[in-house]
Design a protein around this ligand. Sequence first.
Ligand SMILES: Cc1cc2nc3c(=O)[nH]c(=O)nc-3n(C[C@H](O)[C@H](O)[C@H](O)COP(=O)(O)OP(=O)(O)OC[C@H]3O[C@@H](n4cnc5c(N)ncnc54)[C@H](O)[C@@H]3O)c2cc1C
Length: 418
Amino acid sequence: MDICVIGGGIVGLASAWYLAEDGHDVTVIEARPGVGMGTSQANGGQLSYRYIAPLADPEVLAKIPGWMLQPDAPVRFRPRFDPDQWRWLVGFLQVCNRRDQSDSVAALLPLSLYSRQLVGELVAQAGLDFCWRRNGKLVVHRDRGSFEAARRRLDAQPTLAAAQQALDVRACLQVEPALARMAPHLAGGIHTPDEEVGDCLSLCRELARVLSARERPVRFLVGETVERIETRQGALTALVTSQRRLEPAACVVASGTDTTRLLRPLGVHVPIYPLKGYSISPPVLAAGGVPEASITDYQRKIVYARIGERLRVAGMADIVGFDASVRAARIDTLVRETRENFGDAVDYRDLEEWAGLRPATPSGRPVVGATRIRGLWLNVGQGALGFTLAAGCGRLIADRIGGRQPLVPDAPFMPEAA
Ligand SMILES: Cc1cc2nc3c(=O)[nH]c(=O)nc-3n(C[C@H](O)[C@H](O)[C@H](O)COP(=O)(O)OP(=O)(O)OC[C@H]3O[C@@H](n4cnc5c(N)ncnc54)[C@H](O)[C@@H]3O)c2cc1C
């Protein structure tokens, strides 16, 4: 079948990968000058298969009033005259409770563990080079109460307890000696030895390279924007791009935060709103001074990951609309935190400052599956976990298009469930 994928981010490319494996003729249409240059560009780099709890958490809800008064808080909200923003916030508040949160975790965990298996297969089969490492992840808690709560959650879930360990501060230091400066402020940490890290932009480029070199190559239309999706009698008929008209048999929309605007004229609503985050990636000067494992500072919601010769520091969730500009005050916070925790182990003169918009649904669940328009499929809304979930979501959409039952339950991700 002739299939177009709109969006050359990690989700679109993973979709293209599995569709091409199924023997379809695939075209990827990407508006930017290259693949992976949207939100997939400089994210936290975490393949965080076991940390899939969504932002919609009653603990987060309780902290929001305090964060509103704190200029360098991990979450920032700027109200706008935008019904989508208010609709999203109402949806978010509705699912900020234990039951919805644990439903989302229960839905996401099989998908993320499936992604882990698929990424392992990709690395083994296709020899993709994207600074991938199984380096483990240590989530450190500054607050004794939150550490004890994390330890209790672990004790209550035997499947997690088999893969994770609660560590006191001394044990955290044994796992990760580069935490020496942070240690006096810590209560403990949860260690997951088999979590992974990689560079999402490099993976995007690698996927595109291998897909372009296939015997039946995937076609890339880069620097070309899909301006309109046309339908007739409830079925997809054409995509009108900035340069041509295409008439594929099917189309997978993987356009990240731009999805809402693209689908609105068709009357297809997906509850996606941008959650803006930031990163810096300074070069490492002293290898022993930066962590080998990925570190998540639980209270400050900042992740640290060594990616190649650089330290990726990422975090924050600003609910401020579609503005992807880099805000100096947010970068200053990331620099200050890095300096406080790792001193001069990195070179602050070359930060590679970046901001990106997470395509977030209120519940943190992606939207993957068929729309009511025949031939029009969605693979969007991976939010804070797009790098982690891309392989699984790519496989899901290819399975559904190919008429196969996916290996993991996908009912919670179907468009009508969103
Ligand atoms: C600060 C930060 C840290 C993060 N850390 C992590 C992490 O550690 N681990 C993790 O798993 N996830 C992380 N994420 C989330 C992850 O980066 C995203 O979920 C993921 O990149 C989304 O991929 P995507 O392909 O859906 O979107 P994108 O990468 O944005 O790709 C969508 C593409 O569609 C193109 N497009 C849009 N509209 C059109 C159109 N009309 N025509 C043609 N092309 C179009 C865009 O140009 C874009 O390239 C982080 C995000 C941020 C912001």
